[in-house]
Design a protein around this ligand. Structure first.
Ligand code: SF4
Length: 317
C-alpha cells in the first residue's frame, strides 16, 4: 500500500502573473506574426520569461539583441520595457517597419521625464542599473540629463546642480517599501524636489506585492514563479522574506523547486511575477499534488481589470 501523502495548504496569491502590459506585448508579437507571417523580429526578450520567448519562437518570432541583426525590410517589435529614443530613430533610418510594445505605463514615465526636462529640472531616476527599462527611460533624454540613484547611499552622495531645481521619476517595477524610503530620503535632503503626478510604480507591481504581504503571515514558505532578470518577480521574493516567510525562492519552472530547502511546511504561498504565464502556476500546483495532499486556497486582495489597446498601426482600427 502506498504511503499517505502529507496534507499541505497551497495559498494562491491573487492577483499574480501576467499584467496588462505583458499581455499586450505578447499580443503585439502574435498579431504581427498573423498579419505578416514569420519571421517577425523582436528586439530583446519581449518580456522577461524564457517560456514566453520560446513559445513565440516556435510561432516564428526571432529574438535579436540589436537592430543591426534585423535584415533590410524586416518587421521588428520593441519589448515591453521600452527603448531609448535612439532605437526607433535607427529603425526609421533603415526604413524598417517597427511596432513598439513598450507598456503604456512605462511610456507614461518617458513622457513625464520629457516634461520635467523641458521645465529645466535635473532628473533623478530611482531604479536598477542595467535593467532595460532604466536604459530606455534614461535614453529618452540627452546624456547627463537623468541621474540614476539605486540606494540610500546614492541619494546621500548625489550633488545637484541646483537643489531647488530637481525632480524624480522611478522604474515601474520596484519594491513599494524600498522606494518609499528612497523618496523620503530625497525629500528630506531636497524639500523642493518635484514628485511624479501619479505614482510611477505600476498597479501590477503594487498589487502583486500587496497580495504577497497578505498571505505571507500564513505561509512558512513562498514560491515566486518568475525569471531572475525580472525585476518585479525578484521584488516579490524580497517582500515575502520581509513579511516573515522562513523560506522564499524564485523558480522559473516546477523543476527548479528545491524540495529539501522547503523544510516541512504546512502552508506554502504561491505567486508569479508579471511576466510569468499561468500555465507555469498550473505546472507547479500539479507537482505539489504529486508530493502532498494539497488543499488549494485562493487569496484575492484585489481584482484587476486593466487592459491596454494594441497599436492602431498593427490592428488598422
Ligand atoms: Fe506595464 Fe507594470 Fe506590467 Fe511592466 S509590470 S509591463 S509597467 S503593467
Amino acid at each position: 500500500m502506498s504511503e499517505a501523502k502529507r496534507p499541505l495548504t497551497l495559498l494562491l496569491a491573487s492577483p499574480r502573473g501576467f499584467c496588462a502590459g505583458v499581455d499586450r506585448a505578447i499580443q503585439i508579437v502574435e498579431t504581427a506574426l498573423e498579419k505578416f507571417g514569420p519571421p517577425v523580429y523582436v528586439r530583446h526578450e519581449i518580456v522577461h520569461n524564457r517560456f514566453v520567448v520560446e513559445t513565440l519562437e516556435r510561432k516564428g518570432a526571432i529574438f535579436v539583441e540589436e537592430l543591426d541583426e534585423v535584415p533590410e525590410g524586416g518587421k521588428v517589435i520593441f519589448s515591453a520595457h521600452g527603448v531609448p529614443k535612439s532605437v526607433p530613430a535607427a529603425a526609421e533610418k533603415r526604413e524598417l517597419i517597427y511596432f513598439d510594445a513598450t507598456c503604456p505605463l512605462v511610456s507614461k514615465v518617458h513622457i513625464e521625464a520629457g516634461r520635467l526636462h523641458e521645465r529645466g529640472l535635473q532628473i533623478l531616476l530611482i531604479g536598477h542599473a542595467g535593467h532595460p527599462e532604466v536604459i530606455g527611460t534614461m535614453g529618452q533624454l540627452p546624456e547627463g540629463a537623468v541621474t540614476l540613484v539605486e540606494t540610500l547611499a546614492d541619494v546621500e552622495a548625489f550633488r545637484p546642480h541646483d537643489p531647488d531645481r530637481l525632480a524624480f521619476v522611478t522604474q515601474t517595477t520596484l519594491s513599494v517599501d524600498d522606494t518609499a524610503e528612497m523618496v523620503a530620503a530625497l525629500k528630506a535632503r531636497f524639500p523642493n524636489i518635484v514628485a511624479p503626478h501619479k505614482e510611477d510604480i505600476c498597479y501590477a507591481t503594487t498589487n502583486r506585492q500587496e497580495a504577497v504581504k497578505a498571505i505571507a503571515p500564513r505561509a512558512e514558505v513562498m514560491l515566486v514563479i518568475g525569471a531572475p532578470n525580472s525585476s518585479n518577480s525578484m521584488r516579490l521574493v524580497e517582500v515575502a522574506e520581509r513579511a516573515g516567510c522562513t523560506y522564499a525562492a524564485l523558480v522559473q519552472r516546477a523543476a527548479d523547486i528545491d524540495w529539501g530547502a522547503l523544510g516541512h511546511p504546512h502552508t506554502v504561498g504561491l505567486t508569479a511575477g508579471a511576466s510569468a504565464p499561468d500555465v507555469l502556476v498550473e505546472e507547479v500546483i500539479a507537482v505539489f499534488r504529486e508530493h502532498f495532499d494539497v488543499t488549494l486556497e485562493m487569496a484575492e486582495t484585489v481584482r484587476e481589470s486593466v487592459q491596454f489597446k494594441l497599436p492602431r498601426a498593427l490592428t488598422g482600427e
